[in-house]
Design a protein around this ligand. Sequence first.
Ligand code: V47
Length: 375
Amino acid sequence: MLRRQIQIEDQALKPIAAKVFAGERLRFEEGVALYDSNDLLAIGHLANHVREKRHGNVTYFNVNRHINPTNVCVASCKLCAFGRKPGGDGAYTMALEEVFRTAAEGWSEAVTEFHIVGGLHPDLSFDYFCDLLKGLRERFPTVHLKAFTAVEIAYLARIGKLTVREALVRMKDSGLGSLPGGGAEIFAPKVRRVICDHKIGAHTWLKVHRIAHGLGLNSNATMLYGHIETAEDRVDHLLELRKLQDEAPGFMTFIPLAFHPENTGLAHVPKPTGFMDLKNIAVSRLLLDNFPHIKAYWIMLTPSMAQVALRFGADDIDGTVVEEKIYHDAGATTSQSLTREGLERLIREAGREPVERDTLYRRVSRTSTSVTVQV
Ligand code: V47
């Protein structure tokens, strides 16, 4: 039915559409052809077909809080407006008690996830991070701790003189529940050299996630677009993620992240447009056939664009958040918080059915007196 209704103006998309409807995997060249095409409605229609085949009308959201224990960072990535040099203007580092107080201030019965990321601090010990996890687990035993990007994990392992596996085992024992998807940026070395020269390379980023998956820790993945990368770089990035997911499954969600240039070392780069945002959501849904979820991160996209993205391949809109620093330091003008009701309204108005999930995509049911996670 869907197949007959589709209008394809770009002839190059016809064979790709046939493969999508047949459920066949797309190749590198087909990914590039999708990015090169301006037939956004046809691309969106194909992505929506895949999205509805997997998830029907459901759109996921969660009730979460962000915690950023420090913005002090030894790396000076051109893409970032959040990190500060030690002792620099606006630099902060929370003592553990401050982290716990921040968490307590953001906590309510409804919160199911703390999303915790920060800078690469030169002096905080590996034990600080394990104690942070232990302290949060002890105080908030029902809250899932999605913490530390692969970049932080690799750095903390080095600081602690541990292998990545040993570091992850220690963190898991301390309460780590899963890994967020940050730090992936764009895997192509020539782009990484410019936008995040001091970060681990693609190989190490992928290795950390591979090891995490092997230890039973799920994770997410991201891709930063709209700076100096090419369509080929984006497709290469997506196919590296798809390959890892084939070999060592464990990714839950892919989140395309639009570059925000303000206050960064790449302030001259024009902001990505809405057209580019929707194309990235749609192409990632089409190429990442082994990823369960594609997230339209409303903080980054704006709530209005996130709503539209729910018809272009996305089935998740992220959470309530409350306080967000990474995007707002880089000029984001979105609000830092949406209520549960606000998220539900956005999703319903897009004609989708809101489903509250926990970090691992188990449905959360609520009554006025209790919260239940369905396992
Ligand atoms: O790793 C940093 C990106 C990421 C900028 O896993 C920037 O559920 C745009 O990973 N403009 C952190 N992007 C955010 C992230 C994330 C967000 C929401 C959900 C999840 C998840 C993960 O933000 C960084 C980097 O890729 N970033 N600076 C900037 N100026």
